[in-house]
Ligand binder design. Structure first.
Ligand code: AP5
Ligand code: MG
Length: 190
């Protein structure tokens, strides 16, 4: 089984590119952000707790997303691998992922990182806000907090995975087609 981590700041294009990647490589897409938004829409207990954190641009507790990931691993069958989008997002989550995979004698295959500068993050999110209406895209303050949270809590994972020799970076500033092609060129090597 292959375990790809799709990494990158908010608005980098993870969700956009994941759609093409899962189809071409027969992967199951796990977006912790999407799973959390489903919980919010269903007004579940978890969703109600997560909502205020997400609306503030903060992270939900590590244990919450770790549980979601493990349950997807255990229930989804018939694919060649998993594509993790928006997870792990803290060093603790990355360590938990290693432990979860180790239990089954598995290991993360590679990190595919889509990188764009902070100013482009804002343009992308403003553009999406006009189309999708995601609550955490609506306020400038939330977007700024998401960017700050990314730099403080998530960016250290670049070093974490570089040290494991698993980090591969793609320039995310091109068109959707250009970025997709760069990702496919990289994925074809695994
Ligand atoms: P999540 O849903 O993961 O949001 P995110 O990381 O902020 O990333 P986005 O979904 O905003 O961006 P994307 O990279 O998917 O970009 P997209 O393809 O849509 O998380 C939301 C929240 O949930 C977090 O803030 C946190 O609170 C919580 N959460 C989630 N996971 C968690 C975890 N592991 N731990 C704790 N908390 C967690 O593209 C953006 C826009 O740009 C689109 O309109 C798209 O059409 C456009 N676009 C894409 N590529 C291009 C391109 N190349 N050129 C031009 N436009 C493009
Ligand atoms: Mg996304």
């Amino acid at each position: 089984m292959k375990y790809f981590i799709l990494f990158g700041p908010p608005g980098a294009g993870k969700g956009t590119q994941a759609a093409a990647m899962v189809e071409k490589y027969n992967l199951h897409h796990i977006s912790t952000g999407e799973l959390l938004r489903k919980e919010i829409a269903a007004e579940s207990e978890l969703g109600l707790k997560a909502k205020s954190l997400i609306d503030a641009g903060a992270l939900v507790p590590d244990e919450v997303v770790e549980g979601m990931i493990e349950s997807e691993f255990n229930t989804v069958k018939g694919v060649d691998g998993f594509l993790l989008d928006g997870f792990p997002r803290t060093t603790a989550q990355a360590e938990a992922l290693d432990r979860i995979l180790e239990k089954n004698g598995e290991t993360a295959t590679s990190v595919v990182s889509i990188m764009i500068p902070d100013e482009m993050i804002k343009d992308r999110i403003r553009h999406r806000a006009s189309i999708e209406g995601r609550a955490d895209d609506a306020k400038e303050e939330t977007i700024n907090n998401r960017i700050r949270t990314y730099h403080e809590k998530t960016e250290p994972l670049v070093e974490f995975y570089r040290n494991q020799g698993k980090y591969r970076e793609i320039d995310g500033t091109g068109t959707i087609d250009q970025v997709r092609q760069a990702i496919f060129d990289l994925m074809d090597k695994f």
